[in-house]
Write a protein that binds this ligand. Structure first.
Ligand code: FAD
Length: 439
């Protein structure tokens, strides 16, 4: 038996056409073992936010999918010689132009629209249905699910992959629970404010060059002021036409999940109010912030660790499963790792409609610990950047921590994850067979 048991392939519904949903859709479609349909609630693919790092770990998956060269080209075109640099780190009184406390190598940064477009162009159009917002779903008697959309239409699938992100829930209405949560272990686990606000946007390269000079405008910079609970990151995107800027301000005084005041979660930023937070920064950096075109103010929410990513025929990937604060730039990249493990499991020769729940459990067992470790470590890295980690304000300790902080994330062996998931799945199948023989 295979996932193409009989003549019919497993029907896999992917709800959400963001970076993770589309990466998974493309991967599974390339393996050609399942029939996929992507249901995306918006009428056209789009992405908000300007830059994105596709980290080294995710690039290993994109390599398998044949996308890596294009991503490297886009990143290199944006940042030239700096395309292999995560960040030059500037701290305390050191201004851009002095000596950074350290430089961390290896990463790939691009415009989010370019990253999404890369996928949109490769997922066959007839497998994507736009303007379909999933409202609810029920398990069917014979396994699988029936989904109801807000336009009143219904569709059936053997597997429902929730790739609908965190934003869809909290941007719409904080009190509204994710559709899956009625049935999944996610029930009762709601996105929470991380204490962090991010001001984001793009500044044209010529303005960046006039503020920082050509060399620094093209470098990825991370600038943290001593003990002010804020930091700024910037890097070039869109073939060097723009510099992506994100300026973070954090509240670490009110616990892990401070209460959110109820204001909109994404809204246009008032530039003068934004600048008040960065009054101790050097004039060139303040000019960079002042030069952001249409800056947005984001409340950074995250998802507390879920007890499970899989239940029966339903499984979560990407931010829907493990939305994290962005300080390690790895939220989407973790979702791309999810795609690698899940697409391979669903293509396993023994994965059939009857055995799908066991395959999804194996996915959960492999992917949940690692992605939840990232959720915690990304938060801790935010504390490092803002001088409230154990390293405090000690430049040498901060530089030492920076040097290794991405190591476990980037060095992952993606095929070890896949093979471990295969083993768990195969063991659970043989346990099931033994049990069946014994009764
Ligand atoms: C400031 C900031 C910087 C970041 N930087 C990085 C970075 O550099 N690198 C990185 O890897 N990650 C980064 N992240 C995290 C990254 O943006 C997310 O992890 C990633 O976008 C999640 O992708 P996703 O596809 O899971 O979810 P989303 O991008 O949220 O996509 C979900 C999709 O589902 C659709 N949808 C929602 N509900 C429904 C429904 N009911 N029915 C149908 N469709 C639905 C939505 O319209 C959307 O298209 C950053 C995050 C922030 C906030």
């Amino acid at each position: 038996m295979t996932s193409t048991e009989g003549d019919s392939k497993l029907r896999v519904a992917i709800v959400g056409g963001g970076t993770v949903g589309l990466s998974f859709a493309l991967y599974l479609n390339q393996l050609d073992t399942c029939d996929i349909t992507v249901y995306e609630s918006t009428k056209a693919f789009s992405t908000i936010g300007a830059g994105i790092e596709i980290s080294h770990n995710a690039m290993k998956v994109y390599q398998v999918m044949g996308l890596a060269d294009t991503v490297y080209e886009l990143a290199a075109a944006a940042s030239g010689d700096a395309s292999n640099t995560w960040f030059d780190v500037w701290f305390g009184t050191r201004r851009i132009g002095a000596t950074p406390i350290c430089t961390v190598l290896a990463n790939t940064k691009l415009h989010r629209a370019d990253a999404l477009d890369l996928l949109v162009r490769r997922v066959p159009g007839e497998k994507v249905i736009l303007g379909k917002h999933l409202e609810s779903w029920e398990r069917t008697a014979g396994g699988g699910v029936v989904m109801t959309f807000t336009d009143g239409t219904v569709a059936e699938a053997d597997v429902l992959v929730g790739a609908d992100g965190i934003k869809s829930v909290y941007v719409a209405n904080l009190d509204q629970r994710l559709v899956h949560s009625q049935h999944l272990a996610r029930a009762g686990v709601e996105p929470k404010w991380s204490g962090c606000i991010a001001y984001r946007g793009l500044i044209p390269m010529e303005k960046a060059v006039s503020n920082l000079g050509e060399y620094y405008a093209y470098r990825p910079n991370l600038v943290s002021s001593r003990c002010l609970l804020e930091h700024i990151i910037q890097y070039p995107v869109s073939r060097g036409q723009f510099v992506n800027l994100i300026a973070y301000v954090s509240d670490f005084d009110h616990g892990r999940y401070p209460e959110w005041d109820g204001s909109p979660l994404v809204e246009p930023a008032d530039t003068s109010k934004m600048l008040e937070n960065f009054k101790d920064y050097s004039p060139p950096l303040r000019n960079m912030l002042a030069g952001i075109e249409n800056p947005l103010k984001w409340a950074i929410f995250e998802l507390p660790p879920l007890p499970s990513y899989a239940s029966g025929y339903v499984v979560l990937i990407g931010d829907a499963a493990h939305a994290a604060v962005p300080h390690q730039g790895n939220g989407a990249s973790q979702g791309i790792e999810d795609a690698h493990v899940l697409a391979n499991l669903l293509s396993h020769p023994l994965c059939t409609k009857a055995t799908v729940p066991l395959a999804l459990k194996a996915y959960d067992a492999v992917r949940r610990p690692r992605s939840q470790r990232l959720q915690q470590s990304s938060y801790d890295v935010g504390r490092l950047f803002e001088c409230v980690s154990d390293a405090g304000e000690d430049e040498a300790k901060i530089a030492e921590a920076f040097a290794t902080v991405m190591e476990w994330v980037w060095s992952v062996d993606i095929n070890e994850q896949r093979d471990r998931a295969f083993r768990l799945f195969e063991e659970s199948l043989s346990n099931m067979a033994e049990y069946a023989m014994s009764v």
